[in-house]
Unconditional design. Structure first.
Lengths: 178, 499
């Protein structure tokens, strides 16, 4: 039957948890998973009252789909919910790529860790900076402190000039992550 | 006077609970139908429905005193049972019933009023030698007065906003040197939060237990107590489970506290069912908190251990009957625990989880009682509380009750909404809870994770998500996929295409 043929065609899916943990299932419709290196059958059952459950290591795990929106799922197992997006290998790849893109387009602000006076600015607009590189010298409590970037990228804008006084958490420099 | 019909001015599980006893006593029951829950189960259990669903009043249905009175008279019902919440502790409602010659199944309006007023209640406790937290009589006007009172009652003390609530305008003061600063902080906070800077001062009890006593009194001056309920497991003053008896009490302390509760009740000539709440410190010193002049949510644990139907007693007392038992007839038999199963998301700070209960099922047995107002298809609405059911377990000992709770909770299945069941399991696994060593700080200090979970559960959830998705893809592949301009394109398919 065509339906049977299609069942066999079922392909690999990945359930990506909200903590970004990826669970791979080669043929989910065949109801078996790889567990500790071995292939284990999933005993998916429904009781006469319509409750779904899985028998796993001789114990019942009650299942409930709490939310389902396109490929986003919230599944409850024994009363505890877990959120996933279900991806194909291709969609996962694209998702990871887009996430990466998302990161590169974001701007990170370097803020003053304490109140003080700007002694020197070591970068200028458009400078490339590496994570850990010093970008500003801030004098505070009679000590000169090197403020370094915690990201790698390109200086997008500089909000202070030499001899400015700054308060704690004032934005000093915006960096386009890259 | 024999009551032949009762209007229940309430909904949900407590309406059904009252109907059950009414049926047993041959009394016909009337309930109120609202537009908010037109298909609720309690409506079907009653003998007659009074329809409020057309009413376009601003007052919520179960708070609409005049409408309820009007229909009670129109239907010629003998009595009104208010249940809990809503009008249960409204002295005006009790008085209106009396004025209209409708029996109010509860205490006198005078008792409701006096116990509802914190200042009067405290004075009555003091007059009747019931221990209460020492502190100011009324409000404290300045830091100096606060200092004097604090020195008298001893540190730590707590400053509380008179208009307060929700923990705002409250300051615990550990040492004398902090009292002035804390007084100003509390008063400022109270001013900002409630537009009223008035504060009072009280001895602060560190991590107390919450113990309450069930009282029954008749209209002939007889008052008995039916033992205590342990209600320390709370979250933001909301009880999550209750048991009777309490692991903290021995017979001597029970007698002392029970006698105090009876004195409080007698001070207002209390009749009907009522509850006297106490704080109990780690040295077993108790102090009076307040009296609740109604039936409580957690009344079933008392019914299970005493074998006394509290609703039946309330009705008989309202009829003017004398109590048919005395204090020495009341025996506490075994141990009962009530687990409140709420539609709440424990993983997101117990936020309410609305939705439809698609299916609900629990194990049936002699030692299991379930009080609920929902069944398959019932809706958890935003209008009322989030309680789905109360699971009550009764066994010979606490240990057995806990054991049977574990089994029953595992077999309590609810489909369609998030629930507090995994929280109940987490509590059951806690060692100090099992030992009976806990107090009101249990949730904030002792129970680190508020839900119980096993290692492979996320894996199984992941599998089920992938399986369900694969099944849907397959179903849609069996149909023609999509045709140009077809209206059959579903959003998820579109999503797939876009990818």
């Amino acid at each position: 039957m065509a339906r049977e043929a299609k069942k066999k065609k079922s392909t690999k899916l990945i359930a990506l948890s909200s903590a970004n943990k990826a669970y791979e299932f080669n043929k989910p419709l065949e109801k078996s998973i790889k567990y500790q290196g071995k292939k284990v059958d999933i005993k998916l059952r429904e009781d006469p009252n319509g409750f779904s459950y899985i028998v796993w290591k001789n114990k019942k795990y009650m299942l409930d789909v709490i939310e389902k929106n396109q490929n986003r799922y919230t599944i409850m197992v024994n009363g505890v919910w877990h959120s996933f997006t279900v991806e194909t290998p291709i969609s996962l790849k694209r998702r990871r790529f887009l996430e990466h893109q998302g990161v590169t387009s974001s701007v990170v602000s370097i803020e003053a860790p304490m109140p003080g006076k700007i002694i020197d600015i070591l970068v200028e607009d458009g400078s490339e900076v590496k994570e850990g590189e010093s970008i500003i010298i801030l004098e505070a409590m009679k000590m000169q402190n090197e403020i370094s970037s915690h990201v790698t990228g390109v200086v997008k804008s500089i909000s202070v000039k030499k001899n400015d006084s700054v308060m704690k958490d004032d934005v000093l420099i915006d960096i386009q992550k890259g | 006077m024999k009551i032949k019909s009762i209007l229940i001015a309430n909904r949900g599980e407590i309406a059904i609970r009252i109907i059950r006893t009414a049926k047993k006593m041959g009394i016909s029951s009337f309930v109120i139908k609202t537009a908010k829950e037109p298909n609720a189960w309690y409506l079907e259990e009653a003998d007659k429905i009074i329809d409020f669903s057309e009413c376009s009043n601003d007052t919520p249905e179960f708070l609409d005193i005049e409408r309820i009175i009007y229909h009670a008279k129109d239907q010629k019902v003998d009595a009104i049972h208010p249940g809990y919440g809503f009008l249960a502790e409204n002295p005006d409602f009790a008085r209106r019933c009396k004025d209209e010659n409708i029996v109010f199944i509860g205490p006198s309006h005078d008792a409701i009023y006096r116990m509802g007023n914190k200042t009067i209640a405290k004075e009555l406790a003091k007059k009747n030698k019931v221990p209460l937290l020492e502190g100011s009589t009324g409000t404290v006007s300045d830091p100096e007065q606060a200092r004097q009172i604090a020195n008298k009652v001893g540190y730590p003390v707590i400053l509380k906003a008179v208009a307060g609530g929700g923990g705002r305008g409250m300051r615990v003061v550990e040492k004398e040197k902090d009292i002035e600063r804390m007084f100003n902080l509390a008063a400022n906070e109270a001013e900002k939060a409630f537009n009223n800077p008035a504060v009072f001062i009280e001895k602060f009890v560190r991590e107390p237990r919450h113990i309450e006593f069930q009282i029954l009194g008749d209209k002939h001056g007889n008052v008995v107590h039916l033992g205590e309920r342990e209600c320390s497991i709370q979250r933001k003053h909301q009880k999550l489970l209750e048991e009777s008896p309490s692991p903290a009490l021995d017979p001597a302390l029970r007698k002392k506290m029970g006698d105090a509760a009876i004195r409080i009740a007698k001070s207002v000539n209390y009749y009907s069912a009522g509850t006297v709440e106490f704080l109990l410190d780690d040295q077993n010193n108790f102090s009076f908190m307040e009296m609740n002049t109604r039936i409580q949510v957690e009344h079933p644990v008392t019914e299970m251990v005493t074998g006394i139907d509290l609703i039946e007693q309330m009705i008989k007392i309202a009829e003017g009957q004398k109590l048919s038992f005395t204090q020495k007839d009341i025996k506490m038999n075994g141990w009962a625990i009530e687990w409140r199963i709420n539609a709440e998301d424990v993983q997101s700070g117990f936020s309410p989880s609305l939705g439809t209960i698609e299916k609900i099922s629990w194990p049936k047995s002699d030692h299991i009682r379930v009080d609920t107002g929902v069944r398959d298809g019932s809706v958890i609405t935003p209008y009322y509380d989030s309680m789905i059911a109360k699971l009550i377990i009764h066994a010979e000992t606490r240990e057995k009750a806990l054991q049977q709770s574990s089994i029953a909770i595992r077999k309590f299945w609810i489909k369609g909404t998030k629930t507090t069941l995994a929280f109940c399991r987490a509590v059951l696994q806690n060692r100090n809870f099992r030992k009976g060593k806990f107090n009101t700080s249990f949730l904030s200090k002792e129970l680190k994770i508020h839900y119980q979970q096993e290692p492979d559960e996320e894996l199984l959830a992941a599998f089920f998500a992938a399986y369900d998705y694969a099944r849907e893809v397959q179903e849609h592949e069996d149909k023609p996929l999509y045709v140009e301009k077809s209206k059959e394109i579903t959003p998820w398919l579109l999503n797939k295409r876009l990818r």
